[in-house]
Design a protein around this ligand. Sequence first.
Ligand code: GDP
Ligand code: MG
Length: 483
Amino acid sequence: MRLPDPALVVLVGASGSGKSTWAAERYRPQEVVSSDALRGVVGSGDHDLDASADAFAILEQVVAARLGRGLCTVVDTLGLDAVRRTGWLAAARSAGLPAVAVVLATPDAECRRRNAARDVPVPAPVLAGQLKRMRVAAEELAAEGWDVVVVDGSGAAAEGPPVPHTAASTPERRTSAGVEVVLQVSRFPWGEDPARWLTGLALEADRLGLAGIALMDHLVQIPQVGRAWEPIPEPYVTLGLLAGLDTGLRLGTLVTPLTLRPAGVVAKAVATLDALSGGRAFVGVGAGWWEREHLGFGVPFPSARERLDLLEDGIETMRALWAPGTKAWEGSRVRLPETTCYPRPAADVPIVVGGSGERRTLRIAARLGDGCNLPSDPEVLAAKVAVLRAHCADLGRDPAEVAVTVLDLPVVGHDRDDAWRRVERLRGRTAAATYAARHHAGTAATHAERYEKLAGEGVETVFLALADLSGPEDLERLAPLLA
Ligand code: GDP
Ligand code: MG
């Protein structure tokens, strides 16, 4: 690909990714403004970090002077500081020069190897921080408005935002035991930058091979998870953000109470999510149970029977709106004079029914669900699956059409000691042994064994929720579970 010339070219990459090499192969030395080289000019050498402020002051001056003359300028820094980067972009704009970002997407391990081979390596934690920031760099650049974004390393060149994966282009992600592990996110300790926390989490989940992300759908944080003043984002807006990332993650809710908004409106949101994500959407639905969040938001909270009716009618309504054509539709209790719902989902969207009320919820799941979400405790699970199967038999539904999924809330420690530290931190007033048993406190390896057993009992998907998920870097402890 031929880059515009003259142009402002900003290099983005971790130490050792090959930025300086890339620039030297393509540009005259005078055209490359390097923070390392300037550290060598005003400090004791290229790696004299004490000279950074002076070096960057000069770098800014050189960049401004060159752009002001309309000269080609290559900025060779880490390029990971969005404020500096957008400053250069603005300077190029006012100079009338095209602005190019070049991402050196060299594999992490290769950067580490090259760094270690250097005379003065960057400390490992510093490099790790750079590599982490690199994971969201492409998304950030896409949002900043560069004229050209080149991703080097894959040899791929892209203009504008990355093209997300589609369901079709992503192989099914199952553990060796045969289950799909979807991260259920229920707590959002995102600090000052919610979007960065969320996108970082999704990119890391994708990298580790998780099959998807499920978000809780509540208007107020529920007492089982956290405190009412802790943030809990609206899930469909949030999933829209994640749909724009280049991942193969399936995206959905666990679960959307069909009391909170009319099922048709949920169908619209899910169809849109599916269209935007290339067919990666799923939706969990439930009857709603928490009166407080309804009253606090001015949403009616009808009787249990009526809520279950809403669930049953709602699933029918969603399916009707996703079916081909726009003809009128009549369910047992609901009539739609037309079913005009565009965009349509890109693929069949699985509907997972949450809740384990045996008389009605499991019957609704047996009649209308693609999946039925149950507790992961083996004894409870076996009993509920038996009831689900009985409903299927009674309704003449093939039980293989209703996937069994479970919500699992494990305590996952790096090692045994870490697992117990986490139990101690999380247990509140529950006795430690009780809490540990209820949450199967252990290492990823012990959970992998448990998931193997669940797979043996016919579980297809585990929705895994961590009570103490702090952020993207905290997912690494799941890696052995996903291998
Ligand atoms: P920077 O810190 O991102 O500017 O990385 P450099 O350009 O200084 O490269 C770091 C090291 O990797 C140097 O020893 C380079 O010779 C080496 N290097 C850079 N690009 C490549 C490449 O494409 N292939 C190989 N094998 N080595 C490279
Ligand atoms: Mg360099």
